[in-house]
Design a protein around this ligand. Structure first.
Ligand code: FES
Length: 487
């Protein structure tokens, strides 16, 4: 274990391992020293000078990100000397920065805006704004570069070089012409490239997907877990007017550090699908009729309770642990021989080279481990074959894509968000919520169970699948319910 070093920061006694920077040591006592080029995931560049602090006995202010702590060091963050130094840095940065906050996507979450507000000059002393580049450059599939706003912190360059380990970006030109460039023939199309937008402390690197979509202060933010693969990256779902409009990574050092891949970042449109089932439907006289929940649940319980042989479950590994466990209980209540299976969409594995054990995983579903733990198998084809002759088939948010119609000659109980053609022959159809509309949990490929929260209101009468399945269980005759684990 490394030796601990004692020092004083802004009057607070701090103890941190030798080699820690002043900036990181200050965080231990709740002091965030302003900074731009520094990011804990990247090698220290020490170039922006926004983190200047006063260090006793040092002849001039020191960059907190690049200065290791020493025993007995006395650091002042908010002294006149430190503030004057940072004010001057801000003034220099703003000479070349257009004041176009009203049309900039970053406004409201811009560190240049924030620090200028906190400790910058009230007015600039330069009449002219000299930087005049082409306003926007296309860097790749989802990234635009606005060179006029760039403060050349080089976080994006270092991310591509050290974390993605695919050097794509550079600092082109020198002096006041310096700007971020793309190497000839290259494009910013790495599967994790979108992280440069998050890393950019100003509005220079923008997501095309989010461009001019919303002011960030209009967004509600909800902690969630990405449903894109088995990695289980922590994300924030950002909603406006009840629609998910942006997905951002939520730092979790044990799972995804500060990052998410582009597939997870941009693959949220299905959460806002408009073609949802909005009411429970039951078959009456050959037609599907919308009914109240009580009626639908009673009919579903009737189907489950009917003693016409084992049931087959066809479930989605995108469902929550709670829903999958409840589905397993319903199948158990049906009686001996009832079982279920799931299938997983596959894709190429896309690792983020600089971060151990972080990748867009080949299995593109969030809860494969949860489905296995709930007792569902991977023997999909066998389950589909059994389903044909089964008395009851219970579908939990499975698209049934590619399956023959009808899926079964028996009764079909369909719980899902949308109604595929293959499920139109169902006896009971129950609308459930998607991951953005409910609380629940997924187990990732390392066995970590992670909770997600509700970000938007579900459409119509849709309810969480776990609630639906538990309600069916509660409506079952007592003996069958006991077999499913209810007293
Ligand atoms: Fe320290 Fe940029 S954050 S020099």
């Amino acid at each position: 274990m490394s030796d601990l070093v004692k020092l004083t920061i802004e009057g607070h006694e701090v103890e941190a391992p030798a080699g820690t920077s002043i900036l990181e040591a200050a965080k231990l006592v709740g002091i965030l020293i302003p900074h731009y080029c520094y990011h804990p995931a990247l090698p220290v560049a020490g170039s922006c000078r926004m983190c200047l602090v006063e260090v006793e006995k040092s002849p001039k202010p020191q960059p907190a990100c690049a200065t290791p702590i020493t025993p007995g060091m006395v650091v002042r963050v908010a002294s006149d000397v430190a503030r004057a130094a940072r004010r001057a840095v801000l003034e220099f940065l703003l000479i070349n920065h257009p004041l176009d906050c009203p049309i900039c996507d970053q406004a409201g979450e811009c560190e240049l805006q924030d620090y200028t507000h906190e400790e910058g000059r009230a007015a600039g002393r330069y009449a002219d704004y000299p930087k005049r580049y082409n306003p926007v450059e296309d860097f790749g599939p989802d990234v635009l570069y606005v060179p006029n706003r760039c403060i050349l912190c080089t976080r994006c360059v270092r991310f591509m070089e050290n974390v993605a380990q695919e050097p794509t970006l550079n600092v082109s030109e020198r002096g006041d012409r310096a700007r971020i460039g793309v190497f000839p023939g290259a494009a910013l199309d790495h599967p994790w490239a979108g992280n440069v937008v998050d890393l950019c402390p100003v509005g220079s690197l923008l997501s095309k997907d989010f461009l001019n979509k919303a002011r960030v202060w209009d967004l509600d933010k909800t902690a969630s877990v990405c449903g894109g693969c088995t990695q289980g990256c922590n994300i924030t779902l950002e909603t406006r007017d009840n629609a998910v409009v942006r997905v951002k990574p939520r730092p979790n050092m044990a799972v995804n550090r500060w990052f998410i891949c582009d597939e997870g970042r941009l693959g949220y449109a299905w959460l806002n699908r408009a073609d949802r089932i909005e009411a429970p439907l039951v078959r009456e006289g050959g037609r599907l009729v919308p009914v109240e929940w009580e009626v639908a649940l009673a009919r579903a319980a009737e189907l489950v309770g009917a003693g016409d042989g084992p049931a087959v479950g066809l479930v989605s590994p995108g469902a929550s642990c709670e829903a999958l466990e409840a589905a397993a209980r319903v199948l158990a209540a049906r009686g001996e021989g009832s079982a279920g299976a799931f299938r997983v969409r596959q894709g190429p594995e896309r690792p983020l080279a600089g971060v151990p054990d972080l990748a867009l995983r080949a299995e593109r579903a969030p809860n494969v481990a949860g489905a296995l733990a709930a007792g569902f198998g991977r023997d999909w084809d066998a389950a589909v074959a059994r389903a044909r002759a089964a008395g009851l088939v219970l579908v939990l948010d499975e698209s049934l894509a590619g399956l023959a119609e009808p899926v079964t000659d028996g009764a079909l109980l369909y719980i899902g968000t949308v109604l595929p053609e293959t499920a139109r022959g169902a006896v009971v159809i129950l609308p459930c919520t998607n991951v953005a509309e409910e609380e629940g949990s997924f187990v990732n490929l390392r066995g970590l169970r992670q909770r997600y929260a509700q970000a938007r209101t579900p459409p119509g009468m849709a309810r969480p699948a776990a609630w639906i399945l538990d309600a069916i269980l509660a409506a079952l005759p007592a003996r069958a319910a006991r077999a499913g684990g209810r007293a």
